[in-house]
Design a protein around this ligand. Structure first.
Ligand SMILES: Cc1cc2nc3c(=O)[nH]c(=O)nc-3n(C[C@H](O)[C@H](O)[C@H](O)COP(=O)(O)O)c2cc1C
Length: 328
């Protein structure tokens, strides 16, 4: 069977096999202590169902413009790092797969060379900078991202107190709390759209709006910020209610399919990030695997949009979903 013909679940199964074979453990199992937050996200997503509208069929368009770039899908690659642990070409393979699928790449920790190599593939790149204790380093990374042609920048504020890995808190000497004034200055110092990643409360979402962030990513960092962070899907509705008209809201953590994406869009998110899944797709077929996964998820999204009477992303709202009480 060729890469193109693998289904979404076959891509994940094949990718898992490959990643295990090369001894890469950071996708399954997850990084954190209990992983309760990611599991609850799954449970909540699985309790959402679609109201179908089969009369008056619509033709569907999944195009979206983000940060001035026209994309063919509201599915993007959430920021990642450490691609060399997979292979020396993994980052470029993933970037090419995303580009071919009309998607966007966010990058996390990593140097200028890596950033440049990704940009050189032609994929639109967003740099998410770590909340470094050294403010100079944050500005250095921001200027570097601007100079190299990133379409947006941002910060994952949820790693202020180090990262949670395998039940241990790591990198506490590197990351630290950022003063609000410092973030305000940082955001106003760039012409690029600024994204705050790791928002899970209405208060943080409102603060991001006040600091003039262009977008927020509702995310629990795949449970690697704190254990038992509010699952992002649970946090989303209140955040949309509070700031949905003032800032672009993205979401990630635990999404797996095109139907999952439509559920998040129906709850008010503008686009959905996938991280671990992109690594599995790489394992299943390198750049072709990534392209195939995004194409398959976008096709599933498109088909379900048609079945719920949504001709384009703007037409999606929460009238197309029914949420049953999630059995936790
Ligand atoms: C290998 C790996 C590296 C990551 N590195 C970063 C990073 O540098 N910065 C960041 O903001 N998030 C990072 N993340 C978190 C992802 O952006 C994302 O929030 C999280 O994995 C949840 O999405 P998922 O369930 O689709 O994997 C990383 C995730 C993975 C799997």
């Amino acid at each position: 069977m060729s890469e193109e013909q693998l289904t979404i679940s076959q891509i994940y199964a094949k990718g898992k096999e490959k990643l295990e074979e090369i001894g890469y453990k950071r996708v399954f199992p997850p990084d954190s202590g209990t992983d309760a937050s990611v599991l609850a996200n799954r449970t909540f997503l699985d309790a959402i169902f679609f109201r179908t509208k089969f009369f008056n069929p619509v033709k569907v368009d999944t195009d979206i413009t983000l940060f001035g770039v026209k994309l063919r899908t509201p599915i993007f690659c959430s920021p990642m790092s450490g691609f060399n642990r997979l292979s020396s070409t993994a980052l470029i393979d993933i970037a090419i797969g995303l580009k071919n699928a009309g998607s966007l790449l966010m990058l996390g920790i990593g140097g200028s060379d890596e950033l440049q190599r990704a940009i050189d593939t032609g994929v639109p790149v967003v740099k998410i900078i770590k909340p470094y204790q050294k403010t100079e380093l944050i500005y250095e990374k921001l200027r570097d991202a601007e100079d190299r042609g990133c379409v947006a920048v941002g910060m994952d504020i949820d790693h202020f107190y180090g990262a949670l890995r395998d039940g241990k808190v790591v990198m506490t000497d590197l990351f630290g709390p950022q003063r609000t004034e410092m973030l305000q200055q940082l955001i106003s110092s760039t012409k690029l759209p600024f994204i705050i990643k790791g928002v899970l409360s209405v208060q943080d979402a409102q603060e991001a709006v006040r600091l003039k962030a262009s977008a927020i990513i509702v995310s629990s960092h795949g449970s690697s910020s704190i254990d038992f962070a509010v699952p992002s899907v649970v946090a989303l509705p209140d955040i949309i209610k509070a700031v949905g008209n003032e800032v672009t809201v993205f979401i990630d953590t635990g999404f797996k399919t095109g139907s999952d994406v439509l559920k998040a869009l129906a709850m008010g998110a503008k686009a959905v990030g996938f991280a671990g899944s992109m690594l599995l797709a790489w394992g299943a077929g390198e750049s072709g695997g990534v392209e195939n996964l995004i194409n398959q998820m976008t096709a599933e999204l498109s088909r379900t949009m048609a079945a719920t009477g949504c001709p384009n992303l703007k037409a999606i709202d929460n009238s197309i979903i029914v949420q049953l009480p999630a059995k936790l």
